[in-house]
Write a new protein. Structure first.
Length: 318
């Protein structure tokens, strides 16, 4: 899908140019689930779109009782999946806030993930939702051969997801995040896992971006020449290879992969490859994501700064 042209304002909505999803989000906020069911039912054979839509809809529904009503009234695989998605979001938020209800909410989430997996055995998405909670207990399966640091982690759960969908984007990102320092991992482990997973992926896969995600995660502005890291040959060549091999595939996506494009555009700008970055921003159209820009300051300001470096327009004063 080709993004719309930039018309002077950023669009931060996570639905991006998935117009069906954007419309359904309005319905969900109003407490209606009929069109949410239809939007998810049509993704049963498209796991990337299913993951995207269910995650965005869960963020809209997490503060309401919509998924519980939906599951009670129409216990379809889509209702079960949405319950799992919402329950996991609630559990993670409670754990991060050190809420007294965190353990109870986690038990509910695990039950919800099990029910969703039973309702649709071929769907990796309930297992991906469960993987998001792995950081709560630091699961420590031994790592496979091929990793320099051999970091333990939820390798068995990850392997099961890959048996259902070998290049599942969200699963790879959830798994990588387990090794981030903010969740008890280390910079070296995250880099090791990112390199291991990206090298396994096809050359034209968005998973080749994983090392760039790990690089942003490890960014420390207090380190000497921190902003010059992206200019190093290994990172510049990584970004250029993704630009050459993956970016041409984006036109075939059913929705614009804004977050992946943002990581690529950021890396190219930091590597002083503004010509290539300009093409990436053009593919993004007006759509914007908080990451990776928020790791460096106010996301709107950082995004505008990067676009200016490429000679592209930015929003005017409000």
């Amino acid at each position: 899908m080709v993004a719309e042209l930039f018309d002077g304002q950023y669009v931060w909505h996570p639905a991006a140019d998935d117009r069906v999803l954007a419309s359904v989000c309005v319905d969900v906020r109003a407490g209606r689930y009929r069109y949410a069911h239809e939007a998810l039912a049509e993704t049963r054979s498209d796991f990337a779109l299913r993951a995207h839509r269910s995650l965005v809809l869960a963020s809209e529904a997490a503060g309401t009782d919509l998924v519980e009503r939906w599951l009670a009234e129409e216990p379809t695989p889509e209702a079960a999946l949405m319950w799992a998605r919402v329950a996991v979001q609630r559990a993670l938020r409670a754990a991060d806030a050190r809420d007294d209800r965190a353990e109870a909410l986690e038990r509910i989430a695990l039950t919800a993930c099990d029910r969703a997996a039973e309702a649709a055995p071929a769907d990796p998405t309930p297992w991906v939702a469960r993987l998001a909670m792995a950081r709560l207990h630091r699961l420590r399966d031994p790592a496979p051969q091929g990793l320099l640091t051999a970091p333990p982690g939820p390798w068995r759960l990850f392997a099961h997801i890959l048996s259902l969908d070998p290049w599942n984007r969200e699963a790879h990102h959830r798994f990588l995040s387990f090794f981030f320092t903010r969740y008890g991992g280390s910079v070296t482990a995250a880099w090791d896992v990112a390199a291991f997973l990206s090298q396994r992926a096809p050359a034209d896969s968005a998973l080749r971006l994983l090392p760039l995600v790990a690089l942003v995660e490890s960014y420390n502005p207090t380190q000497l020449l921190a902003d010059r890291v992206w200019e190093q040959p290994q990172w510049r060549s990584t970004a250029l290879a993704i630009y050459q091999n993956w970016l041409p595939t984006v036109a075939g996506y059913r929705f614009t992969p804004v977050l992946d494009l943002a990581y690529l555009a950021h890396a190219l700008v930091m590597a002083q490859r503004e010509f290539e970055a300009r093409a990436v921003f053009t593919a993004m159209g007006p759509y914007a994501s908080r990451m990776p820009w928020s790791a460096f300051g106010d996301p709107a300001e950082q995004l505008s700064r990067a676009r200016r470096a490429c000679g592209l327009p930015v929003p005017g004063p409000a």
